[in-house]
Ligand binder design. Structure first.
Ligand code: IMP
Ligand code: MG
Length: 186
């Protein structure tokens, strides 16, 4: 299948097979770690939706899901500013639950630093983080990450939920963007 992404793709960083294998491993590990506990997965819109939907099907214990949305990067801008704004809050209170944040990628750490501080004020039983990708070289704020799919280099990546100027989230693989490439920058 072609996704018309070839013109933007420098290389495939992670294949569909590599991603699916790792997601299955994470799902199995989470199922063991939270066995017998009340688990609530918190997906961060929009980047984590593909990862979350695959991950939850690999989790074999009963669990719930909820979603949060933050203001994201402006189109064409690929730097986190540290200024985070909530666009969609959780539907239900989280007091008394084990929360597992499911994120696509941790870059500077600004977004998750803000989010973990916010959620701690709501008295969950526990709060952990699961990210598919971890760009440690770019970290500005040190936050503990409990489950990591892949540590990756400092390159802008897209596919499998991650966007290139809001498109190509549908790619089943993760690719590195060609230097200077952007999708319909205005
Ligand atoms: P942070 O606040 O700098 O950690 O930003 C994390 C967010 O930036 C992620 O949830 C993504 O939405 C976005 N992001 C960071 N790096 C990339 C990338 O390489 N490709 C696509 N989105 C990215
Ligand atoms: Mg994101």
């Amino acid at each position: 299948m072609t996704y018309q992404a070839e013109g933007y793709l420098a290389e495939v960083l992670l294949t569909e097979e590599q991603i699916q294998k790792r997601v299955a491993e994470l799902g199995a590990q989470i199922s063991r770690d939270y066995a017998g506990q009340e688990l609530l997965l918190l997906g961060i819109l929009k980047g984590s939706v593909i990862f979350l939907s695959d991950l939850m099907r690999r989790i074999t214990i009963p669990h719930q899901v909820d979603f949060l949305a933050f203001s994201s990067y402006t189109k064409g801008v690929r730097e986190s500013t540290g200024v985070v704004r909530i666009l969609k809050d959780l539907d239900e209170p989280v007091a008394g639950k084990n929360l597992l944040i499911v994120e696509d990628i941790i870059d500077t750490g600004h977004t998750l630093n803000y989010l973990t501080q916010l959620l701690q004020t709501r008295n969950p039983v526990s709060l952990k983080i699961c990210t598919l990708l971890n760009k440690t070289a770019r970290r500005v704020i040190d936050i503990p990450v409990d489950y990591v799919g892949f540590d990756i280099e400092d390159k802008y990546v897209f596919g499998y939920g991650l966007d290139l100027d809001q498109v190509f989230r549908n790619l089943p693989f993760i690719g590195v963007v060609k230097p200077g490439a952007g999708y319909s920058r205005d």
